[in-house]
Design a protein around this ligand. Structure first.
Ligand code: AP5
Length: 212
């Protein structure tokens, strides 16, 4: 799943993974967990993530190779937010090809920039249990606290306005070139208009891809 910050990759990747009974690997989630656990990877990644920059290709490729080598990936998987550069895509496809595998489909989530900024600015994360809310879409019934565990809700560090602007710039510079790369590769490339309600976008997604 490919697309700018706030396009809905995570939201719909989770739903599709549950529907198909396969894991979803989101490089952003894996990196955030490493940051929370203060591992050497997390300490390196944090320097980039806090500024909205991309973590170096070799670091992220190594991570993805590790998760794809795990038994849980053997019946298929969804990748969310990876690859994000042409170098990552080349590394991924070479690694898959060496193992007789390939991606079935690449979905590009497209939404206008003002909507992306609104969505990302509205996201709140519980510091206690990690539950995600959105003040525009699904606010917590407990206001500034988590309705599940009572934890404090915070804005993700990289969802602050200035960092979001940089994430969008990085997306345009480093990730948009991938659209053309995939459009001309043998992998099936499909574009999803990711605007409207979550259910509308999800129904649109299911017309493009379903459990294979
Ligand atoms: P990552 O976590 O991947 O951030 P992102 O791609 O910027 O993704 P987001 O989580 O903001 O957007 P999303 O498209 O998943 O949307 P979501 O469904 O969450 O990466 C974070 C950082 O990690 C990067 O900046 C980089 O530093 C590093 N990194 C990660 N991968 C890397 C890689 N491959 N290479 C190098 N570095 C990497 O939705 C967003 C919000 O909108 C939610 O609140 C949701 O509820 C709401 N929403 C969703 N759909 C709708 C809708 N239809 N209507 C209204 N609201 C909606």
């Amino acid at each position: 799943m490919l697309g700018p910050p706030g396009a809905g990759k995570g939201t719909h990747g989770d739903r599709l993974a549950e529907r198909c009974g396969i894991p979803k690997y989101a490089t952003g989630d894996i990196l955030r967990e490493a940051v929370r656990n203060d591992t050497p990877l997390g300490r390196e990644a944090k320097q980039y993530m806090d500024k909205g920059e991309l973590v170096p290709d070799d670091v992220v490729l190594g991570l993805v190779r590790d998760v794809l080598s795990s038994p849980s990936a053997k019946d298929g998987f969804i990748l969310d937010g990876f690859p994000r550069t042409v170098a990552q895509a080349e590394g991924l496809h070479a690694w898959l090809a060496d193992r007789g595998m390939s991606l079935d489909v690449v979905i590009y989530f497209d939404a206008p920039e003002e909507e992306l900024i609104r969505r990302v600015a509205g996201r709140r994360v519980c510091v206690g249990c990690g539950m995600i809310y959105n003040v525009h879409l699904d606010p917590s019934a407990a206001g500034e606290l988590c309705e599940r565990c009572g934890g404090r809700l915070e804005t993700r560090e990289d969802d602050k306005a200035e960092t979001v602007r940089n994430r969008l710039r990085v997306y345009r510079d480093s990730t948009e070139p991938l659209l053309q790369w995939y459009a001309t590769s043998s992998t099936s490339f499909r574009e999803l208009k990711a605007v409207g309600s979550v259910d509308e976008v999800y129904n649109g997604l299911l017309t493009l891809v379903d459990c294979l």
